[in-house]
Design a protein around this ligand. Structure first.
Ligand SMILES: NC(=O)c1ccc[n+]([C@@H]2O[C@H](COP(=O)([O-])OP(=O)(O)OC[C@H]3O[C@@H](n4cnc5c(N)ncnc54)[C@H](OP(=O)(O)O)[C@@H]3O)[C@@H](O)[C@H]2O)c1
Length: 170
């Protein structure tokens, strides 16, 4: 999700700051067009984001949740948007609606899915066309034969996978 979001945001003209863990993923995010990439496993990462965004990001896409998601919410700029699409850490991001209101931050949580219905097909066509035109490319890390499906799962669980992990079934 992160690698696709970086590409779409860059294409939309945003100044993108990617947040992930480890040099390999940060380099990958920069290669996709992120203006800056910050390691959230390092202390002080939120300060770095504040610095490079001039006070805090206007829009945050949170696919991790937990403490990382919460920290990202705290640095979201006043009047900004905080969109939650995942809980890779296993914990959702806790946001107090009152706190969000006071800071004028619009929180878009999983319920945004319920309004997708009729627009899904059009969006799917749009992203497929963008991929076919080479404007957006899926990041494929490793491909495993079907017999090594367990190793593929282990690569994802150990957070070593970069982008998508593919299992070849032919
Ligand atoms: N793929 C989709 O179409 C889609 C759509 C909607 C929602 N979602 C949801 O969005 C979330 C991300 O999906 P994805 O496809 O981008 O997954 P993914 O490829 O597995 O990426 C998740 C990333 O989360 C980071 N992470 C941080 N803390 C983690 C932890 N404790 N355990 C595991 N990973 C951790 C990992 O990066 P670091 O190791 O760098 O921290 C990992 O690369 C999931 O909750 C998924 O259900 C996905």
């Amino acid at each position: 999700m992160g690698s696709i979001l970086v590409q779409l945001a860059v294409a939309a003209g945003a100044h993108v700051v990617a947040a992930a863990r480890g040099a390999r993923k940060l380099d990958a995010a920069r290669a996709l067009g992120a203006a800056a990439a910050v390691d959230y496993a390092q202390a002080g990462w939120t300060e770095q984001v504040r610095e490079v965004t001039g006070g805090g990001p206007d829009v945050v896409f949170d696919g991790v949740g937990g403490a990382i998601g919460r920290a990202a919410f705290e640095i979201t700029a006043r009047g900004g948007r905080f969109s939650v699409h995942g809980v890779a850490s296993g914990e959702p991001t806790f946001v107090d609606p009152q706190e969000a209101r006071e800071r004028g931050v619009r929180v878009l949580a999983i319920e945004q899915l319920f309004t997708f219905g009729p627009r899904m097909r059009g969006w799917a066509e749009q992203i497929m066309a963008a991929a076919a035109a080479g404007h957006v490319r899926p990041m494929i890390g490793r491909t495993f034969p079907l017999e090594q499906a367990a190793a593929a799962q282990a690569a994802i669980e150990s957070r070593q996978a970069l982008g998508k992990t593919v299992i070849a079934v032919n």
